[in-house]
Design a protein around this ligand. Structure first.
Ligand code: SAH
Length: 408
């Protein structure tokens, strides 16, 4: 029966097809797709996704992140972790959990601080847990963090395990829910902006969802369309008191923060989220990057990074009432409060060659300048409520980074 057509169909759907072909076939089969479905497939489709096939971070990739820019960034986050662990009562077990660890640089720098502060950590049982979906980036992380000494695990919640070069046990997971329960410090840097969003536009008839369809003038192209009526997402994800004309919502981000909130409330710990974002004010932020330049979001899906600003007001709502949130505050303020200027002075004083000095000053400027990353990036934290509840034995200590550095 129609063997030729069937053969053609199956050869087209074989693993050789491009992401664009995959998406157009999907739209032809089931109709226009949500931006969320598009973004999820383009970024994390297990065969064709951008993060699955590429190592996109760094000069040779599509974008550079703060931890890649300077070791100071990760070191200060390492100090933040130790400071929060101490302020929360120095639990005997400490899980460092990172969501979307990229090339592993942040974890490397944080763990170096842990090693240097070994006398402070004492007998604490420290372990490292990475949540990562990209096989390509996992490879880089294994090499950076363990010197390529990790073992594949098929029958466990983690898919890889090993020991870091600094001697801590380390595990890789695809989902946060697989990470064991226990006191944890969660880090997520440029993770939430990669999670898929829905887009909605206000019309005279109410909220309509922005969908993606095939361009009728050019069947090899995609275009945005508005849903004819309400969609399940437009009903469930828009708020009655919303005043913006256009909103972006990432329920996946909300669910992950809700899970973080529940874990932190039950087992103690804190989450530190750093990303570009806003506090519920921005509208159309969905964009693509390729070769360090802005790119059309609908062109070459799977070949470009897709991203949307993180809505911190949505994360705050999703975290729940059993935890306390602080922020967002700008990266400039956060790093200043964490003592970046003192750290810079030490590094500059110890620096003997001109090119390293120039590099240090350049990366400081990238991280701190309000026109560069200083104001575009924000920090937000989710804390166990007891952390800020005064009690008789112990006054409340300031949360590192979110209150001005206390000079002792
Ligand atoms: N934190 C790193 C990398 C940021 S890029 C840095 O700042 O340099 C985004 C990271 O999140 C990548 O490691 C990517 O593979 C991972 N990622 C994207 N979507 C994910 C998902 N749904 N679950 C787990 N990891 C994801």
């Amino acid at each position: 029966l129609h063997t030729k057509a069937a053969n053609r169909f199956f050869s087209e759907t074989s693993s050789h097809i491009s992401m664009l072909k995959h998406l157009t076939l999907k739209i032809k089969t089931t109709g226009p797709i949500s931006v969320c479905e598009y973004m999820r497939d383009a970024l994390t489709n297990p065969f064709l996704g951008y993060y699955v096939k590429n190592d996109p971070i760094g000069e040779s990739g599509d974008f550079v992140t703060s931890p890649e820019m300077s070791q100071i960034f990760g070191e200060l986050l390492g100090v933040w972790c130790i400071s929060e662990w101490m302020a929360a009562g120095k639990s005997r077990v400490l899980q460092l959990v990172e969501l979307g660890p990229g090339r592993g640089s942040l974890a490397c720098d944080v763990l170096r601080v842990f090693s240097q502060l070994n006398p402070v950590l004492g007998e604490t049982n420290v372990s490292v847990h990475l949540v990562e979906v990209s096989p390509k980036l996992t490879e880089v992380q294994v090499e950076r963090l363990t010197g390529n000494q990790a073992h594949i695990c098929d029958d466990r919640p983690f898919y890889l395990s090993g020991t870091t070069l600094s001697g801590f046990p380390i595990y890789w997971y695809r989902r946060l829910e697989d990470v064991p329960k226990g006191f944890s410090l969660y880090l997520a840097h440029e993770f939430f902006d990669a999670l898929p969003i829905y887009k909605f536009e206000r019309t005279e008839e109410g909220w309509r969802e922005v969908l993606i369809d095939i361009d009728p003038d050019d069947h090899k192209k995609l275009r945005f369309v508005l849903s004819n009526g309400k969609t399940i997402a437009s009903v469930l994800l828009t708020e009655k008191d919303e005043s913006r004309q256009h909103v972006e919502v990432s329920p996946e981000a909300g669910i992950i923060v809700q899970k973080l909130g529940r874990r932190i409330a039950a087992d103690g710990g804190a989450a530190l989220i750093g990303d570009y974002g806003h506090d519920g004010t921005k509208t159309d932020t969905f964009r693509a990057f390729k070769d360090h330049k802005l790119h059309d979001v609908l062109e070459e899906p799977g070949m470009a990074d897709l991203t949307a600003d993180v809505d911190f007001s949505y994360l705050r709502k999703s975290a729940g009432n059993h935890v306390t949130c602080m922020g967002p505050i700008t990266q400039q303020s956060f790093l200043k409060n964490m003592g970046i200027d003192f750290r810079m002075q030490v590094l500059l004083r110890n620096c003997t060659d001109d090119s390293t000095r120039t590099q240090l000053i350049h990366s400081y400027d990238m991280l701190m300048n309000p026109e560069k990353m200083g104001h575009r990036f924000q920090f937000f934290t989710v804390l166990n409520t007891s952390r800020l509840t005064p009690c008789e034995e112990k006054p409340v200590s300031p949360v590192a980074g979110f209150t001005e550095l206390q000079m002792q």
